[in-house]
Design a protein around this ligand. Sequence first.
Ligand code: UD1
Ligand code: UDP
Length: 440
Amino acid sequence: MKPVMVVAGTRPEVIKLAPVIEWLKRLNVDYVFIWSGQHYDYLLSGVFFEEFGLSEPDVDLRVGSGSHAEQTASIMLGLERVIRDYSPSIIVAEGDTNTVLASALVAAKCLTPFAHIEAGLRSWSMVMPEEVNRRVADAIASLHFAPTKLAAINLLFEGVSSRSIRLTGNTIVDVIHKFTDKIRDLDDSVLSRYSLERYSFILVTLHRAENTDNPERLESILKALDELSQFYPVVFPAHPRTRSAIAKFDLSDYLSRVRLMDPLGYLEFLALLVNCRVVLTDSGGVQEEAFTLKIPTVTLRYNTERPETTLYGINVLAGAEKDRIIKSVLMQVERYEEIRRLRFENPLGDGQAGKRIAHLLSDAIEAGLTIEEPDLRETPVIEYWLLSEKENKENFKKSLFDLLAAFDEYGKPALLGENASRLLVRIKGRFDDKDSSDSK
Ligand code: UD1
Ligand code: UDP
């Protein structure tokens, strides 16, 4: 059987793909693991392979850093070669990096189905390179593994067929469940290594282009850290991108009291996260982890593709203005106990996402998921139809249509069966190469 091709290239992709790889192994699904080399420093790559017990990738494309176009193009060129070598059944990638964008594009051009893990996240900010990447990936994907209900809804509203969407949960929850015990044993040593006291320090991560490439924003954030460090220890394991931006814009004076350090390994970072009072971040993964662990969060952004974290009262979007950041942090410091006591079912996942995704990939291979030329000779040109429920009944039985929306006799939106008289439907087959709805 042709292998699944798993593609990754950055720190968060190792972390979030680890549960999927573990389950592909357990289910004896043949796979190859391709590393793009977008991240190459040991502290952004190798350390995570070790901590997650992953073997060396089958191929390292070693693309390194560059402009978006350079990096994406290098990954595309490299991937095209390895796709020729391995002729994978499905190409799978996770998240929203340039590695994901390149994987989706090459998969499409090589007529190989692309499966997108973490599909449907939307920040609605097209200035964010990641938003562009995830939208392109979702437009191309044959299988959309949506981590949350909101992500699935985003996809449906963009016209993605419900037949390609699977609600899987986010694999970061699997990771947190797996590592919770391990960090408990490590807590004390990590805290004493950094001379920190439980629940009394602020943890910071910062690397988004919108913050690091904009000197005014970066300065404003660093000023906030400087002020906060008068009251609390501020621990800042910095991404190399941020380090170089601080140097380039000559802003290191703001960091005299801040405990700036190299990026940490996963266990150490998580040990600090569970013990901090508040985490300040612009990271996607850290927002999810802090939410899952119920750690008060202040996000240094104006929007988030993880809105569940704010809706449940754990995360506050502060943006990059100094005063607002400080105010938000002080508020979250006060809310610490309240947030820790919150009880709810985690909307991000149940810890079984890796298993689910591996099963779904295996099912899709077995069902022979392919990209084929649709035969539309018998189908009309119109893609969207408004039909009466009566008109549509027969067609629905034959499963020719995807229901998009229902309206009552007054033209108002209605639920199906609840006086729905007109249905907006889309003809299946125009967009769907193959019905994979049988797979679980
Ligand atoms: C990338 C992703 C981002 C993700 C982040 C995870 C894109 C567009 N961005 O951002 O979505 O959240 O990874 O951390 O794909 N560098 C090093 N060593 C390395 C890697 C990078 O020093 O091993 C430095 C280089 O100066 C490089 C800069 O960091 O130019 C940016 O790296 P890059 O991979 O382009 O983007 P990230 O900011 O890491
Ligand atoms: N992380 C880590 N060490 C650090 C900072 C972050 O292990 O010093 C982990 C963090 O726990 C999370 C992931 O890296 O799982 C997030 O990566 P990043 O913020 O680089 O990317 P994003 O999630 O924003 O794409």
